[in-house]
Design a protein around this ligand. Structure first.
Ligand code: COA
Length: 372
């Protein structure tokens, strides 16, 4: 098949050019800035501005962005009604896919210039956080909360979920996870969004498609599956026994491996360091021992490193977030990268239309009904 120029899963294929991020074993950069430096020094809103507008914001631009996010946080009443009415056992990613689509009918932004799309991106980022929080509260028989002016995006998200101003450490961990998840070049969901945008469809359609792609356990769904795996174990020995069996059976371990990072995911290292510091103060040494009982044999025996989903799963767990929120929180962040890519794709204006290698039946005559 290789002679046909076909690579399964498009592995190793360059499918487009981007100015938004660079992903490689040497490091991850958002618009040229090293992810480790960004994670250390900026907040999610600054990353959102960097991705969508192309540059880090000035102090005034950041204040304006925060005000715009605030302006867009309140959900339209018909959307709230649907959030309330969807059966409570529905997967939150499915709820998000449906309600982002519905939200598109109440878009307060107008026009289709790149600047209009930037403003629509900020509206989507604000609204998606509110959708997640409101749905979480309905499922727990609570009413959604009004947004709280003056909070940073991560704080606001935690406030809208729990109804309390979050402590600094929890807000910082959520902010860090949002920064690290925000953008990752041509991953499956971003590529989906770009393909949709390439037909000159609209931004909301591209984001709805991307949500569907992110849901899968080989992509964004891995953080939930990783926590479901971790939650089975009472001791590090249980975890070690599980991994021995999984490696023998050649099972896929969720939260490990990456198409591009074969020697480790920088984002995972950054979050893992923050997670270890948090676990120490939160009295969660047992959880870190279970985490290491899985990670160590995966790395030393199999040479497969954790990706961001593995430390993220435990981070969210230690912040008392229920598992069904994990992939939606990934959406709350990645929407920034998706929107940036849609805008780039719109500016490029080139339809995606690859070829396929036909491997079916050779040419044959159509048999009459009596001969089938
Ligand atoms: N657990 C166990 N083995 C794994 C593994 C994992 N998570 N990820 C890869 N491998 C093994 C494969 O079994 C395969 O082994 P083999 O050569 O002996 O058959 C080898 O590593 C190559 O894996 P492959 O699935 O071909 O790599 P890929 O580039 O297609 O897959 C992922 C990348 C992300 C789909 C894959 O690593 C995976 O399924 N990970 C779990 C899901 C996950 O965490 N996704 C989030 C990604 S950010």
């Amino acid at each position: 098949m290789a002679e046909l120029g076909y690579s399964p899963g498009l592995a190793g294929v360059v499918a487009g050019a981007t100015r938004i991020s660079s992903v490689g074993q040497a490091g991850l950069r958002y618009r040229g800035y090293d992810i480790a430096k960004l994670a250390e020094t900026v907040c999610f809103e600054e990353v959102l501005h960097l991705l969508v507008y192309g540059e880090l914001p000035t102090r005034r631009q950041l204040a304006f962005l925060r005000d715009t996010l605030m302006e867009f946080r309140r959900l339209p009443r018909p959307v709230v009604d649907v959030l309330r009415s969807i059966p409570t056992d529905t997967d939150l990613m499915d709820v998000l896919r449906t309600t982002v689509s519905l939200l598109g009918h109440y878009d307060p932004t107008h026009g289709d210039t790149p600047d209009d799309l930037r403003r629509r991106s900020i509206w989507l980022t604000a609204s998606i956080a509110s959708l997640i929080a409101a749905r979480h509260r309905f499922v727990n028989r609570l009413e959604p909360l009004d947004p709280q002016p003056g909070l940073a995006h991560a704080e606001e998200l935690l406030f809208q979920l729990h109804g309390e101003t979050p402590d600094e450490q929890a807000a910082r961990l959520i902010d860090l996870s949002l920064i690290l998840y925000a953008e990752h070049d041509f991953n499956a969901s971003t590529f989906t969004a770009r393909v949709i945008a390439s037909t000159r469809s609209d931004l909301v359609s591209a984001i709805v498609g991307a949500i569907g792609a992110l849901k899968g356990p080989l992509h964004g769904g891995a953080n939930e599956r990783a926590m479901e795996m971790l939650a089975q174990f009472h001791t590090p020995d249980d975890a070690a026994a599980f991994i021995t069996r999984a490696l023998e059976r050649k099972d896929k371990v969720m939260g490990f491996g990456h198409r591009v990072y074969r020697n480790g995911d920088h984002r995972a290292e950054i979050l893992e360091a923050a997670l270890r510091r948090h676990a120490e103060t939160a009295g969660a040494a047992k959880w870190m021992a279970i985490y290491d009982a899985i990670k160590t044999p995966m790395v030393t025996e199999k040479g497969i490193h954790p990706n961001l989903d593995f430390p993220c799963a435990l981070t969210y767990h230690l912040l008392n977030l229920p598992v069904d929120l994990y992939t939606p929180l990934f959406v709350a962040s990645r929407v920034a990268g998706w929107c940036a890519h849609v805008i780039e794709q719109v500016e490029e204006d080139k339809l995606y239309r690859p070829l396929s290698a036909y491997v079916g039946e050779p040419p044959r005559p159509v048999p009459p009904m009596s001969a089938r």
